[in-house]
Structure formats: C-alpha cells, structure tokens
Design a protein around this ligand. Structure first.
Ligand code: PLP
Length: 387
C-alpha cells in the first residue's frame, strides 16, 4: 500500500535506539538533553524542550503564555484538530481566520479584520497560532506586525515545515513567533514514534514549559520557597507527565542528522508531481511563494471535481484498488460537530478553507517513496480523472 506519508528508519536509527535501551536511562535523561541541543542548533532556538508529542507541545505553549477562560486565541481552520484543541484545553476560546486561497495559510488581512471586530467589543485577542501549512511558511512578517500592533503573542505550529526557508532562512520560525512547536509523529519530516518540542528564545517561557512537562515540580535551589532536605521538591503549578523517553530522543537526534536529505527527497518528489500536473485543466499544483522554500510535509493537489467525471470519494475508492491510499488535509476544524455545537460555527463561515477542502487531495510524499511507485500514482490519477 502506498500511503500519503511514512517514516524512514535505517540501521543507524535502530542502533541509536538499541544502544539507549542498553544504557542506564530509559525515560527523559541525557539523550533528551542531547536532542534538545541538536534542535536548538538546527532551528536557531535559545531553548528547546522535547515532549511526548506535538499536541502536548501546543498545550504547554498555551499554558506558558497564561491562556485562560475569557481569552480569545485565533488560528486557521485548515489544520489538524490539535492546533485549536490546545486552546480549549486552557479554557480559552478558539476562533478562526480564513486562509489565503493561494498559499492556504492564515490570511493576515482577515486576521486584522477579526482583531478589529473584537476590539469594537472591547476585547483584545490573546494570541494567534499560525500553521505553515503543508510546509510553506505563513506571511510571518505581516503576522509579526499585527502582533506588535495589537499586542498579542504568536505561535508557529511548525509541524509541517521543518527545514522550510523564509527569506532564505531555515531558522525563521523564532525570528517572528514567540514560540514554535513541532511534532515527530511518523508521517512528519523526522520521527521519534511519538514526540514533539517547544522552541523559544524566552527563558521564562522555557522554564514554565519544563516545569509543566513534569507535574509542575521544581527542585533547583533557587526555585524553592524553602530549602531544607536533599529529597525536597515543590509544586507551584499543576503540570503533566509530558516527558519523552531517552530512546525516542536518541532516535530524534539521529533522524535530525538526516533531515536535509529527507527534505531533498521530498522536494525532488514534489518537482516530479509539479511537472506531471502543471498546466492541466482542473488541476492546481501547490504554489510556492517567492520568499519561501517549501518543506513539502504534504503535496496538496487541488482537483476541481465539479469538472471531472468522478467524485473525490470515487477517486479515493478506485485508487485504493490500485493500493494507493490518499488523504485529505484537512476537514476544516470549524465544521467538526464539537466546534459547531459548542462555539456556534457554521458551514460557509470560512469559504476559502471550505473550498480548498472540497478540492484538496494529499499525494504520497516521503523520502522512501520509490520512483516506480510515484510513477504509478501519477499514471493512475491521470487515467482516472481523464487527462
Ligand atoms: C501532527 C500535527 C500536530 C500534532 O502532533 P502530534 O505529535 O500528533 O500530537 C499538530 N499540528 C499540526 C499542524 C500537525 O501536523
């Protein structure tokens, strides 16, 4: 079965994990510290805190920024559920801003409209979470200007865009956002099985994230209110167990060494799809902005199904018979029953995200995808949609 995404594990990954399994530490320990150093160096962050998954990273980011009941946090409807669920975890209210129809990332102009709308009612938004959808950075310059102007915090949910470039800079995320979060789920650029991280340049944010990763406990001499016994610890906030294990961290460090190679492969695969599908009526290939180098977590092809001889559902079923498993990224979050029921979101409210959802299919893209398999995907798709 050819699926839309898949991990790439080699002997060196297996050795890194097995070596750690034979060592003294299994849970968060010295390999986790090494992984955090590696993340800091690659992504240009002053601080990195590795955690159990990308959703935990988002949750801790919101808590570190003190989101609570009564706060409003904006994000895009075109993302995975976790991006906006993390707002709900903190008690804050999620609200959405539609995407730009060409880049599929949050539209800064529409964001400003929404911020002004809240201001008229005497409310300020607390934060905005941008998602570098599919691997293409948002318009971070414009988002940073808004954040400065209207005094809110910026999070880059960077899960799709490890190694992307913005104005020729791979370390762009924290040049604009206060916090960047990542996921190392097997379909992402690098994997630790499950895993994630919170990257920031703020010591205060990092300290809070670290505390909350382990139950809100502190042990450091200068963090305690009294200091008596060697076993003594204190809890200042309610935290969680969001730790990552040392064998996962060892895998993460080894995978990170190969990220540039993985990116090269993903970009080669994207180029082949671009060549196969550009200039074909009713198909739209992903457009890459001049200031961006795409990281291609996804290859979102748009098909105008109004003009094709089969529906999206038929296309999926037929491709499955050829052992090709496509996906759709994403069902707009505001259309989920929970969001409609609890926040009153309606169909038609974010028309660009909804239109994109109707057209989008995510084609297989991962470093281990063979040329033969990619040719099969292209051939099958072309024959089914009659081009
Ligand atoms: C994968 C992903 C997440 C969640 O990460 P997990 O590690 O699966 O918890 C959040 N946001 C986006 C945009 C993602 O792609």
């Amino acid at each position: 079965m050819i699926s839309y995404g898949k991990q790439s594990i080699d002997k060196s990954d297996i050795k890194a994990v097995v070596d750690t399994l034979k060592s003294h530490w299994l849970t968060q320990g010295p390999k986790c510290e090494v992984f955090e150093e590696d993340l800091k160096n690659y992504f240009g962050a002053s601080y990195a805190c590795a955690v159990s998954n990308g959703t935990a990273a988002l949750h801790l980011a919101g808590l570190a920024l003190n989101w609570k009941k009564g706060d409003i946090v904006l994000t895009t409807p075109m993302s995975f559920l976790a991006t906006s669920n993390c707002i709900i975890y903190t008690g804050a209210k999620p609200d959405f801003v539609d995407i730009d129809l060409v880049t599929h990332t949050i539209d800064p102009n529409l964001a400003e409209e929404k911020i002004k709308h809240y201001r008229k009612k005497g409310k300020n938004i607390k934060a905005l979470i941008g998602v570098d959808f599919a691997g293409q950075p948002c318009d971070w310059k414009a988002l940073r200007a808004l954040a400065n102007n209207y005094e809110f915090k910026l999070i880059n949910d960077n899960c799709h865009a490890l190694g992307a470039k913005y104005f020729d800079d791979k370390q762009y995320a924290l040049k604009y956002a206060d916090i960047a979060t990542q996921s190392y789920h097997p379909v992402k650029h690098i994997t630790t099985g499950e895993g994630g991280s919170v990257l920031t340049n703020s010591l205060e944010i990092d300290e809070k994230v670290r505390r909350l990763r382990t139950h809100g406990m502190v042990k450091g001499e200068n963090q305690l209110s009294i200091n008596n016994e060697p076993w003594y610890y204190e809890m200042h906030d309610v935290g969680f167990n969001y730790r990552i294990t040392d064998f996962q961290s060892a895998l993460g460090s080894n995978q990170l060494k190969k990220l540039d190679f993985f990116l090269k492969r993903r970009r080669e695969i994207a180029r082949v799809y671009d060549d196969a599908f550009e200039n074909i009526p009713n198909l739209i290939i992903p457009k890459v902005n001049d200031e961006c180098v795409h990281a291609y977590h996804l290859y979102p092809l748009q098909i105008n199904f109004d003009k094709t001889n089969l529906s999206k559902s038929q296309l999926f079923k037929k491709l499955k018979k050829f052992d090709i498993n496509l996906q759709v990224h994403y069902i707009p979050i505001h259309l989920q029953p929970y969001y409609k029921k609890n926040y009153g979101f309606r169909i038609g409210e974010y028309p660009f995200a909804e239109k994109f959802y109707q057209r989008e299919v995510s084609l297989p893209i991962y470093s281990g995808l063979s040329k033969k398999d990619q040719r099969k995907v292209i051939r099958s798709l072309k024959s089914l949609i009659n081009v």
